[in-house]
Design a protein around this ligand. Structure first.
Ligand code: ADP
Length: 262
């Protein structure tokens, strides 16, 4: 995938896409895909034309989270020779999960991963998109580096819980984006606090303020500080992003505020 034409690979635009935002995390399970879908639907609410690319080839979550996992296969545009993204909640989506059945676990070598990724990026009709959100796989491996080096990313968002182990990997993410000259839009602290629905007691399950302190230290904005909320999980399993199911809630408001600054 990277055209290593001596020195740095060339950053090549995606036809029809004005801006790209990469959503990254150091660890899996911290809420990166949840953040990607909620940012996507919030930007649609704000009148933007949005695409969502699931770059996690080994654990694609976007089909389920966007309620596009059932018998959906993208059509092929003969004239353009491009796949047509599937659309829900006004977001044009593409994922390896639309092309490979869940039970056929993807066991690919590195080169095949890069080839599949290139197809999801270049052989899809991403025309007329204001912002393409790329939901990266967790960590700072080949895929993340290749995407950051070969696409003109306007900015990256890093999602983490406040917990030390998650945080130390998020720090690696910040370093990676800096190295490849991708501006960091900010950090999203997720699952920071849990309010018991019965007694109202608040608990910092994964620690307190870890990401907030880190963001202050490195001079990067803390974009959202999101509580742990059972509904986020339940609704997401039904394919409804929390910004849609509870538009007045803290999550929806936080993503809308962030979207306004994008
Ligand atoms: P990642 O993309 O980092 O692997 P996901 O977005 O898939 O993480 O989230 C992992 C799980 O945690 C999902 O079941 C999701 O619904 C849930 N989740 C994410 N954020 C929250 C939250 N703030 N409160 C409760 N559950 C959440």
């Amino acid at each position: 995938l990277p055209r290593m034409s001596r020195g740095l690979p060339k950053k090549e635009k995606i036809f029809g896409v004005k801006h790209i935002i990469a959503v990254a995390s150091g660890k899996g399970g911290v809420g990166k895909s949840t953040a990607s879908v909620n940012l996507a639907v919030s930007l649609v609410k704000l009148g933007k034309k949005i695409g969502l690319l699931d770059a996690d080839l080994f654990g694609p979550s976007i089909p389920k989270m966007m309620n596009l996992s059932k018998n959906n296969e993208p059509d092929w545009d003969e004239k353009k020779s491009l796949m047509i993204p599937l659309v829900n909640y006004g977001v044009k989506c593409m994922s390896i999960g639309f092309l490979v059945k869940e039970e056929n676990a993807v066991v690919w070598r590195g080169l095949m991963v890069m080839k599949a990724l290139e197809q999801l990026i270049r052989q899809v009709d991403w025309s007329d998109i204001d912002v393409l959100i790329i939901d990266l796989p967790p960590g700072t491996g080949d895929t993340q580096l290749t995407i950051s080096q070969t696409l003109p990313i306007s900015g990256a968002v890093i999602v983490s819980t406040p917990q030390d182990v998650a945080l130390s990997d998020a720090i690696k993410g910040v370093a990676m984006f800096k190295k490849v000259d991708v501006p960091i839009l900010g950090l999203i602290q997720n699952m920071s606090i849990f309010s018991c629905p019965n007694c109202g007691q608040k608990t910092h399950i994964f620690g307190k303020d870890g990401l907030k302190k880190f963001s202050e230290k490195i001079g990067v904005d803390l974009l959202c500080d999101l509580p742990l909320d059972r509904d986020v999980c339940i609704q997401s399993d039904f394919g409804v992003p929390i910004s849609i199911s509870n538009p007045e809630g803290v999550h929806a408001k936080a993503f809308l505020d962030f979207g306004k600054n994008v």
